[in-house]
Design a protein around this ligand. Structure first.
Ligand SMILES: C[S@@+](CC[C@H](N)C(=O)[O-])C[C@H]1O[C@@H](n2cnc3c(N)ncnc32)[C@H](O)[C@@H]1O
Ligand code: SF4
Length: 443
């Protein structure tokens, strides 16, 4: 893997050093955590780990789809969601991610309906793949009130789709274009996921992906840099190859410039057509609860992770517990840093809101970070706070991917403990923190 320019790698090293303790997870009891102190409603994240095909580049917790296992899993999910409701949780929105939530459409709709009945939620986001863009899957989702559909496309370039092992199962670029055009306007927000800096992606291929996206009638694109982990790199080093980090800046600038004013940035890697604004859940809310296997929660400064064992998840739910297996209470300064990361990634740090949540110390303790941001010309300060500019967006994109890569390393370590369940080679990595490995291996 090639290195970034000096300033970028220096910033990343500093960022990694400052956030190195974020994921030092310890064993946690499985009870529902206390509701957030300020009484604010958070976001609910629901993880569906099943996929028909397991893509080599994918860094998420996913397993081969099996119908009977998935049906049991959805039933367990609904039990877990009821536990949070009984404990007094309130949510403003729900995000179904994966894996592929649409592998079991009927179960998905039943689960959405339950969440609506319990929490009165009206913001509902669902991830899917291009093959599932069929009326029999989408009509029930529209009828139950889904407001955002996010389609994992990755690229429209057939050569890259073949390298990603998606061409045969999820369709060619041309087929995907046709399927997306056919559903434009069906949901208030239609998001397309694309990945840049793929190993054999050229600038011309990226430019074509952007031009194709703009012609689809979709109103949002999440443009992720390819993020890896040791396991992902081992899988990719076969057919896909490894990304060249030196191209990141040029690719990113191309994306921002080509999307232009038609799709302004709503975070450092999400671009939304004017007038539509549904952000990623970690940006949209201070607190979020993750349910299912391999999901994360962040509540009042504590990070929680649920078990990565699907069998262990079912057992926990049967015992009246949540899926939570590990947690880490962030230090006071780390909590401020986490807020700074998430807010700046969402492009704006509001002074009043930061002080309301963290007190005056927010700006006192983070003076070093804020000074660096100003000195580098990454953000503009106004009366209300700090607004990230294009230069700063690039660095926030780098930092958020470094953060997600540390999450990927944690996932690798947790998945290594349950590799017999995953039916794919998962190599053993160094455990990430404290008791976390014991917690999962004890399933
Ligand atoms: C969890 S997937 C769900 C979408 C659906 N399963 C599909 O692939 O069509 C959500 C998105 O994560 C992104 N993603 C997965 N692995 C990634 C990686 N290693 N680096 C960057 N983005 C990745 C892809 O863009 C993908 O569409
Ligand atoms: S990219 Fe999507 S379909 Fe592929 S393995 Fe990941 S979650 Fe599953």
């Amino acid at each position: 893997m090639f290195d970034l320019p000096i300033i970028d790698s220096y910033l990343l090293k500093l960022f990694r050093f400052r956030t190195r303790k974020f994921l030092r997870m310890d064993e946690a009891p499985g009870q529902v955590p206390p509701t957030p102190k300020n009484g604010e409603a958070g976001y609910l994240y629901v993880h569906i780990p099943f996929c028909e095909v397991l893509c080599p580049f994918c860094s998420f917790h996913r397993v081969q789809h099996r119908h009977s296992q998935a049906v049991r899993y959805f039933a367990a999910l609904r039990e877990e969601i009821r536990l949070y409701h009984a404990a007094g949780y309130k949510f403003t929105g729900v995000y179904f991610g994966g894996g592929t939530p649409t592998v079991e459409p009927t179960e998905l709709v039943t689960t959405i309906q339950l969440i609506k009945d319990l929490f009165g939620i009206t913001e509902i986001s669902v991830e899917t793949n291009p093959k599932d863009l069929r009326p029999e899957v989408l009509e029930p989702l529209r009828a139950v009130g889904v407001t955002r559909l996010s389609v994992g496309v990755q690229s429209f370039d057939d050569q890259l789709l073949r390298e990603m092992e998606r061409y045969d199962k999820y369709g060619s670029g041309a087929e995907t274009i046709e399927r997306i055009r056919a559903i434009a306007g069906m949901f208030p927000t239609l998001n397309v996921d694309l990945i840049f800096n793929q190993p054999h992606q050229t600038l011309a291929s990226l430019e074509r992906d952007i031009a194709v996206f703009k012609s689809l009638g979709a109103n949002q694109v999440s443009f992720y840099p390819l993020m890896t982990s040791p396991t992902v790199e081992r899988r990719m080093s076969g057919g896909m190859g490894l990304p060249d980090q030196r191209r990141l800046r040029q690719f990113y600038q191309t994306i921002v410039q080509r999307l232009g004013t038609e799709f302004p940035a709503s975070s450092a890697w999400c671009f939304t057509k004017r007038g539509h604004g549904l952000d990623e859940y970690i940006v949209a809310a201070d607190n979020y609860v993750g349910v299912g296997s391999g999901a994360f929660s962040y509540l009042d400064g504590t990070l929680y992770s649920t078990t990565f064992s699907l069998a262990g998840y079912e057992q926990r739910i049967a015992q009246g517990l949540t899926g939570i297996a590990t947690c880490h209470r962030l230090s006071e300064t780390d909590r401020l840093r986490y807020t700074l990361l998430v807010r700046m990634f969402g492009l704006y740090l509001d002074r009043v809101s930061a002080e309301r949540h963290h007190g005056k110390q927010f700006f006192r303790k983070l003076w070093g970070e804020l000074l660096t941001m100003r000195a580098l010309g990454a953000a503009r300060e106004d009366a209300r706070g700090f607004r990230l500019n294009e230069r700063g967006m690039y660095w926030l994109m780098l930092m958020m991917s470094a953060f997600f890569e540390s999450v990927n390393n944690y996932r690798d370590a947790m998945r290594a403990h349950v590799k017999n369940e995953l039916h794919e080679p998962v190599e053993m990595c160094a455990p990430v923190g404290g008791m976390a490995s014991a917690a999962v291996s004890a399933e």
